[in-house]
Design a protein around this ligand. Sequence first.
Ligand SMILES: Cc1ncc(COP(=O)(O)O)c(C=O)c1O
Length: 376
Amino acid sequence: MTSPRLNPNLLSLPLYVAGKSVDEVKEELGLEQIIKLASNESPIGPSPRAVEAARAFLSHAHRYPGSLDRTLRRALARRLHPDLHEDQFVIGNGGTDILRLITQAFVFDGGNVVMGQATFPMYKIFTTMFNGEPRITPPCPDYRLDLEAMLAAIDEDTRLVFLCSPNNPTGHTISQQQAEYFMAHVPPQVVVVFDESYYEYVDDPDYAASLDFLLAGRNLLIVRSFSKVGGLANLRVGYLVGPPELARYIARAKLPFHTGDVSLAAALASLDDAEFIARQTQAVQEGRRYLREALTGLGLHCLPSQANFVTFVDPPQPAEALTAALLRRGFIVRAMAGFGMPNAVRVSVGSPAENTAFVAALAAVLAAPPCLRNCT
Ligand SMILES: Cc1ncc(COP(=O)(O)O)c(C=O)c1O
């Protein structure tokens, strides 16, 4: 049989396989309990108001989605700034889908995209998927995005620059001063994407006000997610806000009935649930402070995170061996090689009980003599 012609760029990408379920891991390892601190999910679950709103829409599941996409865009515009309009927003199936729509919109007939090495891997995956050239810049010695190197990597065929702040997996943010410098030097035709999926967790007063650049008329897109502070990772809702002409252009890459009403209703309800958002933010900020102090106390070098995870670098055992030993004790955390950090481990903030149990398990793994490490 003659084979069809395949896209070599698509073939070069990893096949995404969802990790094993917690129940599968439990059975495989014969463990009573598994604690997953691997995907930067909400430690307190979804907003009860979001659950109620989603449930109400389930009885309309036979109908295609209606006007809730517009209602959510309006609500976001009202929430974010009086000068914003609903046409400046695009809603997608999670921030990941939004990143895909953006890349599809600007990467065509080649083109390159500038991104950091130690950052969210989907930027590189989508650029490759749409036949663009990923231009990857190594981080600064402290693992921050090297903005100077990123500026230097831009040329006349650069379509996009991805700035992740707080950055996954380092947790670093871009300061106002850095953003001003970057925006003053980036060529105006290059679209700068601020991926702010974790922005609600930031407490650094110097966090860049990316919206101001947008309001000043720059070619800038801000990407945000309902998966993190909104606690809706499974319902897949994210959005971008940008200049109206760019938002309308990117929206052409959407499917008809792109996001379902169950998800949109939940997102709207969680947006309005100020008490829940405040509770989630507080839980994460306290949890990351606790984890950072406890892990530093174990002699680990933690990066200063502004997100809902803490990453430590160059542990005394290789990152992969450490995560394997932790898994045998029932804790799923991630080694960050796939995120451009060959010897780092990222731990998502869990509930206080999960965080304490994790620290105890990590202490035991680190204390085990090398000859016993394979069975700790
Ligand atoms: C930096 C960053 N951007 C975007 C996303 C997308 O999240 P989602 O597709 O769940 O909205 C994530 C998820 O972990 C992320 O870490």
